[in-house]
Design a protein around this ligand. Structure first.
Ligand SMILES: Cc1cc2nc3c(=O)[nH]c(=O)nc-3n(C[C@H](O)[C@H](O)[C@H](O)COP(=O)(O)O)c2cc1C
Length: 328
């Protein structure tokens, strides 16, 4: 059964954020208020299928509390998408997503992610290779089993490259994706202008005639669960993805967020829990300690002395030093 079809309507998704939404942070979010669906950070298929694979595998770690979870892939080589899609099925993920939205200059210079908006033949080849990898892995797994199994293949993208271009979404919808996530900005706009939800709504309307079964997820500047519910209703969307909103409210997926009332002691306790989980999960430096600084800004905020404490914490270069400061 396709996990995407089992989700509530509208469903909420924690956005993939590189060097932010690793298994550690996803577990913190799950223990505060879980979204309906998680994504991994983006994982490079060309690296995954190279001798550098062990360095990439930490990005694909997850636990049972972070379920259902979709693995997000990026890269250039269709053959590596095929092999990586097979890996993703075997690793127990609920689906595989292809990043066709990242606007980072070095990445698009290399023809990857949102540069694929301008290279439709390669984009379509990548989708087909991923779908074929999934199909073959399921066939291999399901030998002798009667129940057909559907494993979702989805794409996350933007409104266009230099300008809004709905012919791109038309091409994507023809690929019968199980889900299409649209960040309501073009590549050229980076994050500089407000997300265009009217355009996301236009794509949701196109879906009805082109691929009724594809779920449409809107993304960009959502600041609360209520805000997301209103946008989903107004624009006829199946799901809402939230990224940076989690930095303003770690309980953003809750129907009744407690963050406003959180005391200094509760905030310190949450950061302590996060640092301990980080230390236990990555004991051999698999992830850079400076990843934690983003969270320091989230938790160590809004109480007297927060700025001074934050400065000391952000200078610490080990989890032991962080914990000594937090518990001292
Ligand atoms: C630090 C950071 C890292 C990101 N990494 C990814 C990524 O790995 N894959 C991806 O599809 N989008 C990535 N994004 C984009 C987000 O998933 C999301 O589309 C964007 O932040 C807009 O949503 P928001 O306004 O809710 O944050 C990243 C964004 C940020 C801020």
């Amino acid at each position: 059964m396709d996990i995407a079809q089992l989700l509530p309507k509208p469903f909420f998704v924690l956005a993939p954020m590189d060097d932010v939404t690793d298994t550690v942070f996803r577990r913190i979010v799950a223990s505060n208020a879980a979204p309906d669906l998680f994504f991994t950070e983006f994982v490079n298929v060309d690296g995954l299928q190279s001798p550098g694979r062990p360095r990439i595998l930490p990005k694909l770690e997850f636990t049972s509390t972070e379920k259902p979870i979709i693995a997000q892939l990026w890269g250039k080589n269709p053959e590596n998408y095929y092999k990586s899609a097979k890996d993703i099925v075997q690793m127990g993920f609920a689906g595989v997503d292809i990043n066709m939205g990242c606007p980072a200059k070095p990445i698009i210079k290399n023809g990857c992610c949102s540069a694929l908006i301008n290279n439709r033949p390669l984009a379509m080849e990548i989708i087909k290779a991923t779908q074929a990898g999934v199909e073959d892995a399921i066939k291999e797994q399901g030998k002798g089993k009667k129940t057909p199994h559907h494993f979702p293949v989805s794409v996350k993208t933007r409104l266009g490259f230099s300008s809004k271009d709905l012919s791109w979404h038309e091409d994507l919808l023809k690929q019968k994706l199980s889900m299409l996530t649209i960040h309501g900005r073009t590549t050229a706009e980076m994050s500089k202008v407000p997300a265009d939800w009217e355009a996301i709504g236009e794509i949701a309307k196109m879906r009805t005639s082109l691929s009724a079964e594809t779920l449409i997820v809107g993304n960009g500047d959502v600041i609360s669960r209520q805000h997301g519910l209103e946008l989903a209703e107004k624009y006829g969307l199946d799901g809402i993805m939230i990224g940076r909103g989690i930095f303003h409210d770690p309980f953003i997926f809750s129907k009744d967020s407690k963050w406003e009332e959180y005391t200094k002691e509760q905030k310190l306790a949450m950061y302590t829990k996060h640092v301990k989980l980080f230390a236990n999960t990555w004991p051999d430096g698999q992830r850079n300690i400076h990843m934690l600084n983003k969270f320091c800004k989230v938790y160590i905020e809004g109480f007297p002395g927060a700025k001074e404490l934050r400065e000391k914490l952000m200078d610490a270069d080990s989890t032991d030093k962080l914990l000594a400061l937090l518990e001292g």
